[in-house]
Design a protein around this ligand. Sequence first.
Ligand SMILES: Cc1cc2nc3c(=O)[nH]c(=O)nc-3n(C[C@H](O)[C@H](O)[C@H](O)COP(=O)(O)O)c2cc1C
Ligand code: SF4
Length: 460
Amino acid sequence: MTVNRYRCQLHHSAHERRLETHPLTWWLRDDGECVGLGEYVAKDGYAVVRQVLGHQGPDEVIETLKAANIRGRGGGGFSAGVKWSLTLKGENLPRGYLLCNADEMEPGTFKDRLLLEQVPHLLLESMILGGYANDSFYGYIFLRGEYVEAARAISRAIEEARAAGWLGRDIAGSGFDFDIALHTGAGRYICGEETALINSLEGQRANPRAKPPFPGQSGAWGKPSVVNNVETLCNVPAVLRFGADWYQQLSGERSDDGGTKLYGVSGKVRRTGLWELPMGTPAGELLDRAGGMHDGCTLKTWLPGGGSTGFLLPEHLDLALDFNTVAQAGSRLGTGILTLVADDQSMVSLVRNLEEFFARESCGWCTPCRDGLPWAVKLLRALERGEGIPGDIELLEELAEDQGPGKTFCAHAPGAAMPLASAIEYFRDEFERGIAHPGKDDVMPERPLSANGERGDAER
Ligand SMILES: Cc1cc2nc3c(=O)[nH]c(=O)nc-3n(C[C@H](O)[C@H](O)[C@H](O)COP(=O)(O)O)c2cc1C
Ligand code: SF4
């Protein structure tokens, strides 16, 4: 029986990939099936665990990671080595947790899914090394609930690794004990925020926690905990095998950030999918690799890394897709998975759709997010219907300003504000077309004062 499955598509065949140039995807099979333990070990998988455990101290591992400067691929870009060096550890301190963030609910993002479904042993090997460096006794993979195929692959890999002695007591005869469990989420975007993830894992409501204390000081069940993204972690074995200089040089002249990046493209392009390329690859190269836009479509704008990043223009296609360069252009690298928007797509509808998602996913703790996002959605719906009133666009700008960095407990609201503010900045005329122009005898409704429109048209 043929089983039709959706697969994240990687667009390099096996003969184009080498471990030294494609440390994340070299392991993958061309047929997209999951790489089992036998195949992984035959490709020298788990060799780095044997090389490091008992032969290098945790501090030495962290120094290598710091020198490599693997910047967090969950979107924040914080150095994994620095994060690990800040984790509380020591003889008189409790051993903690290594938490892998595999929630991947960022709109338009599908990169971790590839690694989770097709090479779960690479993640397990990375977590064993991360657990060793951070003195963790247990690891959790917090997986997006809808990733059913990934859940199957990971569960099988954990069983295989346990049976082969890569998990459990005295791993590879080193005296280091570490095990991993899979935890599937129940479908909330906010669970991807690291402290909300910890609350959810503990069985509590998934609100973010106030920081400090940071998870590295007091995280899951009050123990020091490290939270890292799937892609970030999957870089660790190759860095420990080939060294920090090799990692830095992978990006060549393209970027000050080292390594490769799992970039992806979706939208009205000929070929959606994923590519592992040097960090700092320009977006224009990705558009070329995607075969350009659909026939009859012209690129209008693009998001560099998911729904919570700011729109950029075709003139930005030459910029290096790395953390600093994209930030200087007024957006964020985010997940590095591009969403390309064609000229026949309405910016008002697109942003309304995104803001509906962010409004629904707010945990409700802070006012600008809980009340501001539904209010923005109401205004956007009115503009979409051509029933906006003068002042609505300015009000949307004010709401985006109020949701900016530092005004809420977590980065959810600032992330929601970015596409809204940048869409208005670049495509104001489209928003203005949503303002009704009444006849001289018509009475304009008053601007609503709150999200539930207490003053003004209840429908708005
Ligand atoms: C609303 C929200 C959702 C997030 N979702 C994810 C996610 O799905 N996966 C992820 O790795 N990081 C996500 N993050 C970032 C995490 O809070 C955290 O920074 C990250 O997991 C740290 O790993 P890294 O340093 O390896 O990037 C999210 C942040 C916010 C504010
Ligand atoms: S910004 Fe939004 S999601 Fe984040 S804590 Fe505040 S209400 Fe919750």
